[in-house]
Design a binder for this molecule. Structure first.
Ligand code: GDP
Length: 356
């Protein structure tokens, strides 16, 4: 499943946000270094289409796609040198598919800022520097090993070429993703700055309702995506029933919770989409990459579906809703039989035909 690691300076609201994600009580203490152990929280990707399908098919349950969030310790200046909880933090996010960096934008004199003042631009700079230094360390350790393995013909020269190219970019102070560096040959290193980043500005209500201020913050991280939320409100939302939650959201000028935005933007950042299956047992969303073919998509349900793939019967979600049933969609020519070269489209409602 898709995993997103959460990083940020201490006291920026990572634990508070994570509480909201899992609706569990993770320790959210008001002092630096409060979050030590990594935890995983799974959140559903909101998809109103599933409710509609469940209505049409009288499904017993709904299974949305999900995004896993990994809570990790805060990073501090000097983290790459092993100060604070740095090294532990770094080991935990290497595995993540993407990184959500929480940046503090809220003012609260009761909550200490590690550097003494709220300054999103300087906080972004601090984290960037630490991540770059961490990647440089990883490369310094890996390069002698690569050289040895290339001599022993266990590795191709392209691995070393990629490693030294990455080193050069990082030495110049640029992250690998900003340099659009293709890290495929050295993927096993899990270089942090090669991962896609989403920036989460934890702000108060005044900022949430101030488009100019939000644009100013978003510009600090563009072209990466920025999500604006109030971690405290998010954790309150997770305790409320849907009607009350909608009311609280509306009172802060939003129509979608920050967590929903984060799941949605995480999906988009990683080039993911969903297709749908529906029946009396369940209406379900399945996660695939953009551009995947029908057999690849079938493989997400079961490898046998991919191996024995014959064809896929596909009805677009809107066509299914308009016709009201599979039978009616077929009668109206809205159900298509697609073969193994078909490229899946977001919102395809699918039934696979396969050989065992
Ligand atoms: P972490 O160290 O990044 O995990 O930060 P925490 O989630 O533990 O938050 C540190 C402190 O800031 C806690 O006392 C939180 O209640 C508080 N806090 C977190 N988010 C917000 C927010 O959006 N507004 C305000 N005023 N306080 C917050």
């Amino acid at each position: 499943a898709l995993t997103i690691g959460i990083v940020g300076l201490p006291n920026v609201g990572k634990s508070t946000l994570f509480n909201a994600l899992t609706n569990n009580q993770v320790l959210a203490a008001n002092y630096p270094f409060a979050t030590i152990e990594p935890n995983v929280g799974v959140v559903s990707l909101p998809d109103p289409r599933l409710e509609v399908l469940a209505g049409i098919f009288h499904s017993e349950r709904i299974l949305p796609a999900s995004v896993s969030f990994v809570d990790i310790a805060g990073i501090v200046r000097g983290a790459s040198e092993g100060e604070g909880l740095g090294n532990q933090f770094l080991a935990n996010i290497r595995e993540a598919d993407a990184i959500a960096e929480v940046v503090r934008g809220f003012e609260d004199s009761d909550v200490v800022h590690v550097d003494g003042a709220i300054n999103p631009a300087s906080d972004l700079e601090t984290i960037n520097t630490e991540l770059i230094l961490a990647d440089l360390q990883t490369l310094e350790r890996a390069i002698p090993r690569f050289e040895k393995e290339i001599k022993g013909k266990k590795l191709g020269p392209e691995v070393l070429e990629a490693a030294t190219a990455a080193q050069k970019i990082l030495d110049g102070g640029t992250t690998l993703s900003a340099a659009k560096f293709d890290s495929t040959p050295i993927r096993e290193l899990g270089l942090l700055t090669a991962k896609p980043f989403i920036y989460v500005f934890n702000v108060d209500e005044a900022v949430l309702t101030d488009p100019a201020k939000k644009a100013e913050l978003a510009a600090l991280v563009a072209p990466a995506e920025a999500v604006f939320l109030d971690a405290k409100i998010e954790s309150e939302l997770s305790d409320l029933d849907p009607a009350d939650a909608a009311e609280l959201l509306a009172s802060t000028g939003q129509d979608e919770s920050g967590l929903n935005q984060l799941a949605r933007i995480g999906f988009a950042t990683l080039g993911l989409q969903t297709y749908l299956t529906a029946g009396p047992k369940e209406s379900r969303a399945w996660t695939i990459g953009k551009g995947w073919t029908a057999p690849q998509a079938a493989g997400v349900i079961h490898t046998d579906f991919q191996k024995g793939f014959i064809k896929a019967e596909i009805i677009g979600f809107d066509d299914l809703v308009a016709t009201g049933s599979i039978a009616e969609a077929r009668a109206k020519g809205k159900a298509r039989m697609e073969g193994k070269d078909y490229v899946m489209q977001d919102g395809d409602v699918v039934e696979f035909r396969f050989n065992n």
